[in-house]
Design a protein around this ligand. Structure first.
Ligand code: ADP
Length: 245
């Protein structure tokens, strides 16, 4: 809990969060979680355990059935656009729609009402950070999976997010693009939440890991400590990553 000696609010505070898709069994069942600013949190769990659902709730794209979510100490208002929160979807193609990479990256900052000059600066910076400068005039549709992923990330970075959610970010990447993403995320300074089946990737990028099963957090700790525990991993439908064997 916060004291007078540590007045900085948590980046994310979730209290007893519950969610069910219309009439179905609950996906999340009284889940509580705190994430400190700048923390790099991996979220793992078997298929369908609710990782994507949790991200959609934390971004305000779904409304909790019960419980509360605070970002930086303020209650989250579902449905309200939050430029400070970036969500990278599983399929980067879902995120790209403009007729040039430049326009795609510019879309977010333009909608934030920034001046044309600031928008151009943000596009240039985000493109440099993600290594897509050479692609700016290209048609997003014609890019490779890895290139699309980096352009989608650039579009989110251009909004200067303070919390970055990545849902299965390596799913469509080859080895080279995956390595590029690891390098990029290694330099990213803001709060980062990653859901992934790619446990080696989680191990490289995240400091802390939570395991979700049956709608709750069943383990929470250091990435190596959690993922190196074969008994724990297997009991929740996971496997110890190869590099920890
Ligand atoms: P994960 O990301 O961990 O694979 P999801 O959050 O996608 O899990 O899904 C959690 C559960 O909710 C699964 O059982 C899934 O089938 C169900 N689910 C996901 N989206 C919907 C939806 N739009 N309507 C109904 N059920 C859904």
């Amino acid at each position: 809990e916060e004291t007078i000696l540590s007045p900085e609010p948590k980046a994310i505070t979730v209290r007893e969060l519950c969610f069910a898709y219309g009439g179905q069994a609950p996906v999340l069942d009284s889940l509580s979680l705190q994430v400190a600013p700048g923390e790099r949190l991996g979220i793992i769990g078997h298929n369908g355990c609710g990782k994507t659902t949790l991200f959609l709730l934390l971004c305000g794209l779904l409304k909790p059935s019960a419980g509360t979510i605070e970002l930086w100490g303020s209650p989250l208002q579902p449905g309200k656009f939050l430029p400070e929160v970036g969500l990278l979807f599983q399929n980067p193609t879902d995120q790209l729609f403009a007729t040039s990479v430049w326009d795609d990256i510019a879309f977010g900052p333009q909608n934030m009402g920034l001046s044309a000059e600031t928008v151009a600066q943000r596009v240039t910076q985000a493109a440099q950070l993600t290594g897509v400068t050479a692609l700016l005039e290209r048609l997003p549709h014609h890019l490779s999976g890895g290139e699309k992923q980096m352009v989608a990330i650039a579009g989110l970075l251009a909004m200067a997010p303070k919390i970055f959610f990545c849902d299965e970010p390596t799913a469509s990447l080859d080895i080279r693009a995956r390595r590029q993403l690891i390098n990029f995320l290694g330099q990213f300074q803001e709060t980062l939440l990653i859901s992934s089946h790619d446990l080696e990737f989680v191990l490289e990028v995240c400091d802390r890991v939570i395991v979700i099963d049956q709608g709750q957090i069943v383990a929470d700790g250091g990435a190596e400590e959690i993922m190196g525990n074969q008994t724990l991993m297997v009991s929740h439908g996971l496997e110890k990553p190869y590099s920890l064997r």
